[in-house]
Design a protein around this ligand. Structure first.
Ligand SMILES: C[S@@+](CC[C@H](N)C(=O)[O-])C[C@H]1O[C@@H](n2cnc3c(N)ncnc32)[C@H](O)[C@@H]1O
Length: 274
């Protein structure tokens, strides 16, 4: 059965199919990726934001120099319409762009055709929301940004294991997750109610296309390092990156570090594959 937290992504994917140009897609559905709205937005601006964020994170995690080589491969979990993917195809020799929604993957191919190198792109549909159709050890780096928070909790954890599986020995993973903040006392129950309403025939379809409802309901889990790290095998040099505005997680099984660019509610698991 379709998971209810897939509803807004499939609704946005369907909305993206109704637009005539890539710039219109960004104006109509781009906000689901980077929360920026405006009547002047273009696909070029959108890709530029992806390039900036990719560079900032890879530098912060110390991965920029070692990775991003023309003969290396990257797996991106949750590519959307290619905001970051286009830049990744300019940096890597092979890019596996994985997403739940086939319409997003179609748009991702268009974005890469305009702003990247389509010859190195392979799009991969994550049909069940938890398994990557990518061979073992295919990637030098596996990255995921603002995606795992949108999955049912056990799917997010399954995707973390998948990230380890598809990364070669001595390769790296960099996975972004969303944890608890004080405002979740209100946001969490409202989100659960919203996801339940998406299942109501008629009303659900209408609601799933509304920005207010999507923003309330789309963060379908909260995962802290204590929920993720104990179950993991096959990783070494484990680092947890958080915002300097939040207290340390107090892990003894990972080195903790901060980076200004990280949202207070987010953290990153950065590690090397054994
Ligand atoms: C907020 S967007 C982020 C896209 C991209 N990383 C970016 O920064 O522009 C989240 C993406 O995750 C995808 N997604 C949600 N659940 C997923 C799952 N279980 N497996 C794979 N992709 C998923 C959505 O379809 C959407 O494209």
């Amino acid at each position: 059965m379709l998971r209810k937290q897939h509803v807004p992504w499939n609704a946005a994917g369907a909305a993206s199919e109704e637009q005539h140009s890539a710039d219109e897609v960004v104006r109509e559905t781009g906000w689901v990726f980077n929360n920026v709205v405006g009547s002047e937005l273009t696909l070029a601006d959108f890709v530029e934001t992806g390039d900036q964020e990719t560079g900032a994170y890879l530098h912060a995690f110390g991965l920029w120099d070692d990775l991003a080589q023309p003969d290396q491969a990257i797996v991106e979990i949750g590519s959307g319409i290619g905001r970051m993917t286009a830049g990744l195809t300019r940096m890597f020799g092979r890019v596996y762009a994985c997403d739940l929604d086939p319409a997003f993957l179609e748009r991702c191919r268009e974005t890469v055709a305009q702003f990247g190198r389509p010859e190195v792109l392979q799009t991969c549909r994550v049909a069940d929301g938890r398994s990557l159709p990518v061979p073992d050890g295919a990637a030098d780096l596996t990255i995921s940004y603002i995606t795992l928070q949108h999955c049912q909790q056990d799917d997010a954890l399954a995707l973390v294991h998948e990230a380890i599986r598809v990364t070669r020995p001595s390769g790296s993973i960099a996975l972004n997750m969303r944890t608890w903040i004080a405002r979740d006392i209100v946001l969490w129950p409202l989100g659960a109610l919203t996801r339940a309403l998406w299942r109501v025939p008629g009303l659900g379809t209408w609601l799933a296309r509304r920005r207010f409802s999507t923003r309330l309901g789309w963060q379908a889990n909260r995962l802290s390092p204590k929920d993720v790290l104990p179950g993991l095998d096959g990783l070494k040099e484990i680092r947890v990156f958080r915002s300097p505005k939040r207290r340390p997680f107090g892990r003894t099984d990972a080195e903790e570090a901060t980076f200004e660019g990280i949202n207070r509610s987010h953290w990153w698991l950065v590690a090397t594959r054994c």
